[in-house]
Design a protein. Structure first.
Length: 228
């Protein structure tokens, strides 16, 4: 159990039917430009942005603040058990911000060495065969990272849910229907069996941004917020 850890905001962009991508994995773009600019504002309120390796492989995201002025870019965090992050991906080559990749003890030193040629890239090799969130958050706390903006995808979101490691959820809902049983929803994994055990949140605000809706919810009893 972690006593001290960064504040965790989980952001997801979904269709009206709760999908985060189509059945073939397309997710650019579900929400409007206005909503995406709002995401960039929220990125600027956080010390770091976290995604899973599948999101890097599917979208090759920049994970930087672009549409608004900022003095500082958040650190990009990738959870990547087997170090599959391509050396050609934007988070490695663009040099716009630091990228920290968390890998398991299964990764060999030669593979890690290949990343040393790049500026601003750090590989954190954990002692375990899986990249456990508690270990990642413990390292982040020790490195004085006080907030994490989790941008998915579905498996990463589910890990945060299963561990109860969510302080705030920012949901952007686009007025579109994607459908399809193979189109992913925001949380893919075991889920929670009984309603008495579900992760309870309190609604903090609902507003329209462009053609989309933004809902901010916080974990029940949460007092502080990243939202200014
Ligand atoms: N609409 C949105 O808001 C949004 C946001 C982000 C992504 N997406 C979409 O979501 C899709 C990708 O989502 P995804 O669910 O397939 O993958 P993901 O959540 O991006 O990445 C999951 C992978 O991360 C690795 N991982 C390492 N440590 C983990 C941990 N503690 N918990 C969970 N995963 C861990 C695992 O792979 P290894 O075992 O290989 O390390 C796992 O398979 C893409 O289509 C993307 O476009 C949509």
């Amino acid at each position: 159990m972690l006593n001290q850890r960064p504040y965790i905001t989980l952001k997801h962009a979904i269709s009206l039917d709760g999908k985060i991508a189509t059945s073939i994995g397309e997710s650019k773009w579900i929400t409007s430009k206005e909503a995406r600019i709002d995401v960039h504002k929220d990125r600027s309120l956080h010390d770091s942005i976290l995604v899973g390796i599948n999101t890097v492989l599917a979208d090759n995201p920049s994970l930087t603040i672009r549409h608004i002025h900022t003095d500082k870019q958040p650190i990009r965090l990738i959870l990547d058990t087997n170090l599959k992050t391509p050396l050609t991906s934007k988070v490695i080559t663009d040099g716009l911000s630091e990228t920290w990749i968390f890998v398991s003890n299964k990764v060999d030193k030669i593979s890690i060495k290949k990343f040393e040629y790049f500026d601003k890239i750090k590989i954190f090799q954990l002692k375990s065969s899986q990249v456990e969130l508690e270990n990642v958050l413990d390292i982040l706390h020790k490195k004085e990272i006080r907030s994490v903006y989790v941008e998915g995808g579905a498996q990463i979101n589910d890990s945060f849910l299963q561990a109860g490691l969510i302080d705030e959820v920012n949901t952007y809902i686009a007025p579109m229907l994607i459908g399809g049983k193979n189109s992913p929803t925001s949380f893919q994994g075991k889920g929670i069996n009984y309603l008495k055990d579900v992760f309870q949140l309190e609604l903090k605000s609902v507003r329209q941004i462009g053609k989309d809706i933004k809902i901010i919810s916080q974990k029940e009893g949460q007092v502080c917020s990243q939202e200014s």
